[in-house]
Design a protein around this ligand. Structure first.
Ligand code: PLP
Length: 409
């Protein structure tokens, strides 16, 4: 028997009593929307007029030639409004909020990308918006905080615990419990209590549906492999979904290897040895935790992959052997960014570059009539501070110092 909200041994909804009614209501509206083709059409129309759907599938001819193996195709989620696949999830949830008749949205954010996406959605739909963000992240991600506030959101710095993402999630749940009648919690990825993993994956499935059609037209057949980076797992679920039942398509999830999966400084849950099954933040998955269930510190150059948990749907696919999981280190990511910018004039986000790393390792071993897709979850413009620092670019440093001088006058 399949337990409701579970994917094999994973998932569930471990929520406080006061939220039971709200979750039942959310589940009801989600299922009704799913069964209503008009809802999906409204979503597709919204995404094609407010974001940039369908996003193109780019044949990376120079990189393909460079490696001399598989034909490399890049699914361009970077061309969405606010620069990443996150727009798909927040706009979809926005339409649901409208259906539920609620007037206020809250969200957690780590790097700030989900906060910015939620703030744009709230502005467009006219909802009140509060974003919870660890105090450390508020300091690290000033440009995103700036934009959230400019779009009318209230950003609340969270001072508990390690003052990062998981503390922001706890605080957002506290808010929700107090304000259930008016408020919807826009969860940012395919994690958390049911129905969030399934619901977020459903909105993101628009990515794989498009890629399936585009690959038939541009490559004449299915890809042999599909690569996606895995933080919480939403962009991976988005591109994998349509291909899960297709014969001969291998799916590869790439986690943050940080300084190396043997160093303890990483966020590799499904491909390393540091994660174990546990229940936290309302769901059961593989968590990076110690023997007492204390969450471990994670590290990645890509803030969006720096998370202790992972989608319960991916834990299930991992357990069933339906998705291969690997990791890319910070250094590998920087090398691949350099090559991709020079060869194709494309700037992947640090997160997305993790998928590129594994694709570039595999492509040379494949034949020239095979195709692979890399899901480029977002654009790298947001990472200019980190990338310029990693490349140790002297003129950039000078620019920052000059700017600081102007401000301190
Ligand atoms: C947030 C983010 C991710 C990680 O989220 P998933 O849910 O794992 O997709 C990946 N790439 C980009 C560009 C992001 O902004």
């Amino acid at each position: 028997m399949v337990k409701k909200g579970y994917f094999g041994n994973w998932g569930g909804a471990f929520i406080p009593e006061v939220l039971h009614q709200t979750f039942a209501e959310l589940e009801h509206h989600f299922k009704t929307a799913q069964a209503d083709p008009a809802f999906w059409q409204e979503y597709v129309d919204l995404m094609s007029t407010y974001s940039c759907r369908p996003t193109p599938l780019t044949h990376a001819e120079n990189l393909s030639k460079h490696f001399g193996g598989a034909q490399i195709y890049i699914k361009r989620e970077d061309l969405n409004h606010t620069g990443a696949h996150k727009a798909n999830n927040v706009m979809g949830q926005g339409l649901l909020v409208k259906r539920m008749g609620k007037t206020r949205v809250i969200a957690e954010t780590g790097a700030g990308q989900h906060g910015v996406a939620t703030a744009t959605m709230a502005a467009k739909f006219g909802f009140d918006c509060t974003i919870y963000m660890g105090e450390v992240d508020v300091q690290r991600q000033r440009p995103n905080v700036f934009w959230m506030e400019k779009m009318g959101a209230t950003v609340v710095p969270v001072r508990d615990g390690s003052r990062t993402l998981k503390d922001a999630i706890n605080e957002a749940f506290r808010d929700w419990v107090t304000n259930v009648d008016t408020t919807h919690y826009v969860f940012g990825t395919a994690c958390g209590p049911a129905p969030f993993p399934e619901m977020v994956s459903w909105f993101q499935s628009i990515v794989g549906n498009e890629a399936y059609e585009q690959m038939r037209i541009q490559h004449g057949k299915n890809p042999a492999r599909i690569y996606a980076c895995v933080g919480g797992g939403s962009n991976a679920m988005g591109i994998f979904g349509r291909f899960l039942e297709e014969e001969g398509v291998e799916l590869i999830g790439v986690e943050a290897g940080g300084k190396g999966v043997e160093t303890g400084q990483h966020a590799a849950r499904l491909c390393g040895n540091d994660a174990s099954p546990g229940v936290a933040q309302g769901y059961r998955t593989m968590f990076l935790q110690n023997d007492d269930g204390q969450m471990l510190e994670t590290h990645s150059v890509a803030a969006g992959l720096d998370y202790v948990g992972v989608s319960p749907i991916l834990s299930d696919l991992w357990e069933q052997g339906k998705v291969r999981f690997t990791a890319a280190t910070d250094q590998e990511v920087m090398d691949v960014l350099d090559l991709t910018m020079k060869k194709e004039g494309i700037i992947p986000a640090l997160e997305s570059a993790h998928g590129f790393v594994q694709a570039f390792k595999d492509a040379p071993e494949m034949s020239t009539d095979e195709g692979i897709i890399i899901n480029m979850s977002g654009r790298g413009d947001k990472d200019i501070f980190t990338i310029a620092h990693a490349f140790d670019d002297p003129s950039w440093k000078e620019f920052i110092v000059q700017r600081a001088r102007e401000y301190s006058k």
